[in-house]
Design a protein around this ligand. Structure first.
Ligand code: PMP
Ligand code: GLU
Length: 404
């Protein structure tokens, strides 16, 4: 018998978003034209000057040392650019010593989990939540405490529902706005009310995942760090280039944390990955410091696609979909499809809906249960309007066939 695996993994689920992506890729490899509404990944290329910066870093005679180990927490120029972006977007200039450049924002969250959570700690996570939050908390023996929200409140916490879950064991709160998976975003007054509750009722850290901050369509994005200047010693911002600059595979994210925590993250990373890839850091630097018009164009394209996806989904009998304020996800109530025949049985779960969509409509989408919201399915609209229209038409046809 092989020796056992570490027990800490017994409670951890694999990433369902990535699993659905892998299943769609398998189907695609057999020649099927799969509609990619599964993984949250822009279909655009990064801006051309980003690619050029990476090529320049690799070119013969490139700056000496450009592709060697960098400082563990990132090259100074990138950290400086992150601070400038923060000043511009959030009206607050952190110090470069607060920044840790990581291998994607997921890695920033993982490093934070390793540095902060331990058995006995609770981490408050509004539901629906992004799949990796609770699993990372569990990996370190702490307890995720979901705060249920409903479509009736726009999948947003109310100050009352938030206050109820904060307690002496709360080590951190993870807030994602705009949200993956629902696309919901807090406006300034809603967020201010929550920040007040957190500040007055809790000693916990507030981790704000702002990876979709450039993608709010109905009002300006506001950061908790902007609203609570007196509590920045407890606020940690997580961000990255994956979504705004269409750079998912480049794996560059970062955290901006109080210096005491940033020092701990330096130690964690210095004993694990060392620096994020040097070439990718050069590319991220170009992304942040270059012209931002392509980012604005991608944002406008996502905004148009939002209407295309939501309007189309709402024409499918059995599916209803709220209009989200941001990100690139439509989070649809699919309980109206329950009862349709699939593989000789009536559909009874969101997971079965997702498999039905994949097998019968060749649409990859992620079941809501993985996000703590059974009955729903997440459709990413980070793909062309033509594909969105054709994919939803394929769903409609599959549903009509199943209804007989
Ligand atoms: N946070 C949220 C809410 C996400 O949706 C994602 C992934 N799409 C990440 C963090 C991680 O992003 P990455 O690791 O690609 O930077
Ligand atoms: N976060 C993206 C998603 O939710 C990418 C996949 C992942 O990192 O889990 O689809």
């Amino acid at each position: 018998m092989p020796l056992s695996l570490a027990k800490r993994l017994d409670v951890v689920q694999p990433s369902v978003t990535l699993a659905m992506n892998a299943r769609a890729a398998e189907l695609r490899a057999t020649g099927v034209d799969v509609f990619a509404f599964g993984v949250g990944e822009p279909d655009f290329d990064p801006p051309s000057f980003v690619l050029e910066a990476a090529r320049n870093a690799l070119a013969p005679g490139a700056k000496p040392g450009v592709s060697k180990y960098t400082a563990v927490t990132g090259i100074p120029a990138l950290k400086e650019a992150i601070c400038k972006k923060t000043a511009h977007a959030r009206g607050w200039t952190p110090k470069p010593s607060q920044v840790t450049v990581t291998v994607g924002a997921k890695h920033a969250l993982f490093n934070l989990a390793l540095a902060l959570y331990e058995p006995g700690d609770e981490v408050v996570i509004p539901a629906p939540y992004w799949v990796s939050y609770p699993e990372q908390v569990k990996m370190f023996g702490a307890e995720p405490v979901p705060v249920p929200t409903t479509e009736a409140t726009g999948f947003k916490m109310t100050p009352d529902s938030f206050a109820k879950v904060l307690g002496p064991k709360t080590k951190a709160v993870i807030l994602c706005t705009p949200s993956n998976p629902t696309g919901s975003a807090y406006d300034e007054s809603e967020l201010r009310a929550l920040v007040e509750v957190w500040k007055t009722k809790s000693e916990a850290y507030l981790i704000v995942d702002e990876i979709y901050a450039d993608l709010v369509y109905d009002f300006p994005h506001v950061s908790a760090a902007t609203l609570a200047p007196d509590a920045r010693d407890r606020i940690i911002i997580v961000d990255g280039v994956s979504k705004s600059y269409a750079m998912t595979g480049w794996r560059i994210g970062w955290s901006i944390a109080p210096e005491r925590i940033a020092k701990a993250l330096d130690t964690v990373q210095g004993q694990s990955t060392t620096n994020a890839t040097a070439i990718a850091q050069q590319a991220a630097l170009a992304a942040l410091t270059g012209p931002q018009d392509e980012v604005a164009a991608m944002r406008d394209a996502f905004m148009k696609r939002r209407s295309v996806m939501v309007d189309a989904l709402n024409t499918v009998p059995g599916i209803t979909c709220r209009r989200p304020e941001g990100a690139f996800y439509a989070f649809a109530d699919c309980r109206g499809l329950y009862g349709l025949p699939y593989k000789g049985k009536p559909i009874a779960t969101d997971e079965e809906v997702a498999f039905f969509l994949l097998d019968e409509a060749h649409v990859a989408a992620v079941p809501g249960g993985a996000f703590g919201a059974p009955g729903y399915v997440r459709f990413s609209y980070a793909t062309s309007p033509e594909r969105i229209v054709a994919g939803v038409a394929s769903i409609k046809a599959a549903v009509a066939r199943a209804r007989g």
